[in-house]
Design a protein around this ligand. Structure first.
Ligand code: MN
Length: 204
């Protein structure tokens, strides 16, 4: 399997002023590319897995040989998480979700505002590097989690439909230490149509 960096569905400057072009370019071409390079290097030592997708590797991580398991957890995770992240943002995004995911959010969390407050609290309190996630669990229910490093909800039998990268590399150039400002800005670029598609792909 050839693991390649997916092209962004928009230009690096598209998410300005909320996420700046230099951050997007470095994040995509350096950070995401590094996870891909590291995953390829790890799989070279275990060729029986080199046609397995990042998603499948993460869902069945215990089947991965112990000597590359941590490298796969971190780098298949980094590749999968960033591939999702790019698609759930867009120019002129934001607003509130309609459709099935909007209904499920209201049913699960009471209201969009309550969901947003809980998501923000998770994202703000990730200690060190990690992500805040909205996922669908094995029962089809929405669950909100924060996970460290590049750990994917797939490791816990949940399918992520939306995630926010709160590693410093995602915001430091523009926001420095002010992670809460980055989190608040990010809601202006969220792509609810894609999240609706992700949700339907899991539940339908
Ligand atoms: Mn990142």
């Amino acid at each position: 399997m050839k693991i390649v960096l997916p092209a962004l569905p928009y230009s690096y400057g598209s998410l300005e002023p909320y996420i700046d072009a230099p951050t997007m370019e470095i994040h995509h071409t350096k950070h995401h590319q590094a996870y891909i390079n590291n995953l390829i290097a790890a799989l070279e030592t275990c060729p029986e897995f080199d046609s397995t997708s990042a998603q499948a590797l993460l869902m069945d991580l215990p089947l991965v040989p112990e000597e590359i398991r941590t490298a796969v957890r971190n780098n298949a995770g980094g590749h999968y998480n960033h591939s999702l992240f790019w698609t759930i943002m867009k120019k002129n995004g934001g607003g509130e979700p309609n459709g099935l995911v909007g209904q499920a959010i209201k049913k699960t969390f009471g209201s969009f505002a309550e969901f947003q407050a809980l998501f923000n609290a998770r994202a703000k309190t990730v200690f060190g590097s990690g992500w805040a996630w909205l996922s669908v669990d094995a029962n089809g229910e929405l669950v909100l989690t924060a996970l460290p490093n590049q750990d994917s909800p797939l490791l816990y039998n949940c399918v992520p439909i939306m995630g926010l990268d709160v590693w410093e590399h995602a915001y430091y150039l523009k926001y420095q230490n002010k992670r809460p400002e980055y989190i608040d800005a990010w809601w202006h670029v969220i792509n609810w149509e894609q999240i609706e598609e992700n949700y339907r792909a899991v539940i339908e």
